[in-house]
Design a protein around this ligand. Structure first.
Ligand code: GUN
Length: 301
């Protein structure tokens, strides 16, 4: 799978193809969705987009499209940027009470007049397919089963597929997570801890970021700064997962890691685009099917 750069006499990293891996994950979710549908239960996902952020609109459209492909019913509500917190919470209440809806997702960020925590707290934890509710984050911290945030859960699936193919495991490895958000950094660190990695979380106030990165057998970059991680920082042979996504002035997408330089040091690396992004959506489908199965107490007998 790797190609060889004769000049540098170094192997290029294995590229972790998120599109191919996501196709596998979606096929599994589709199979399980079909089984539910055959039993007369159609999984349903409700998605709210508040305001007109173009990037958010693209993400939401892709989520709805993925639902259609899998036979999951999606309800999409686009609300004006002036929507009040009370109005959004009332919509969440309606979705919480609707038995045909298994998953609820409010695309973040939301406009300033809406408190993010208020909306997260309002979503029924059983329908919290984003895994952002404190109930689900608490279960994750306790190492117990619950709904897990899509991006970090998708990263764990990528690591599992890579690990199976190449005899690699996060257990016993030094993992460095750049970023401490509840959407990626914190749940990622908890998942890796639960998988027996030794985890360091770095953030904007961490001194000597390069020194930490140099120690990492596994690096997860989720800082939201284009090319913050320089190729030379990477420990040779590390597994590098880039969660960042930035659109340059040339319209091209790039990540938090300088991919072109890093791929000559890493053993494996995710590209941007086509790495973590597709896995996030596939995992959302998985979470929706799981929420449906759990909530409607379906037995596979
Ligand atoms: N905005 C960026 N990523 C996400 C995500 O995973 N879920 C939601 N709800 N909003 C996001």
């Amino acid at each position: 799978m790797s190609d060889i750069d004769m000049g540098a006499a170094r192997m290029a990293a294995t590229v972790l193809d998120g599109k191919a891996m996501a196709a596998m994950l979606r096929a599994e979710a589709q199979r399980d969705a079909k089984e539910l549908i055959a039993k007369g239960i159609t999984p349903g996902l409700a998605v709210a987009l508040v305001g007109e952020d173009p990037a958010s609109a693209v993400y939401v459209r892709n989520k709805v499209k993925a639902c259609e492909e899998l036979g999951i019913v999606s309800t999409m509500q686009t609300l004006p940027a002036t929507t009040s917190e009370t109005e959004l919470l009332a919509l969440i209440d309606r979705w919480n009470a609707d038995p045909s809806i298994d998953g609820i997702l409010v695309q973040l960020p939301v406009p300033k007049q809406i408190r993010t925590n208020a909306l997260i707290d309002r979503i029924d934890p059983a329908k919290d397919v984003d895994g952002f509710h404190p109930h689900n984050l608490g279960l994750l911290a306790a190492g117990r089963a619950g709904l897990v945030a899509c991006t970090p859960a998708g990263v764990m699936k990528m690591l599992a597929i890579y690990g199976k193919a190449y005899g690699w495991t996060p257990a016993g490895k030094r993992a460095v997570v750049l970023g401490r958000s509840i959407t990626v950094g914190k749940p990622m660190a908890m998942l890796l801890t639960n998988a027996d990695a030794t985890v360091t979380i770095c953030h904007s106030r961490t001194p000597d970021l390069a020194g930490h990165v140099a120690q990492a057998d596994l690096l997860i970059a989720a800082v939201g700064q284009r090319h913050l991680v320089q190729g030379g920082w990477i420990k040779p042979g590390a597994v590098v997962i880039d969660v960042g996504i930035h659109r340059g002035d040339d319209g091209k997408l790039t990540g938090d890691v300088d991919y072109e330089a890093a791929r000559w040091r890493a053993a494996a690396i995710t590209p941007v685009p086509g790495g973590v992004g597709p896995m996030t959506i596939a995992q959302l489908m998985r979470n929706t099917v799981d929420a449906c199965t759990q909530r409607r107490a379906v037995t596979n007998a």
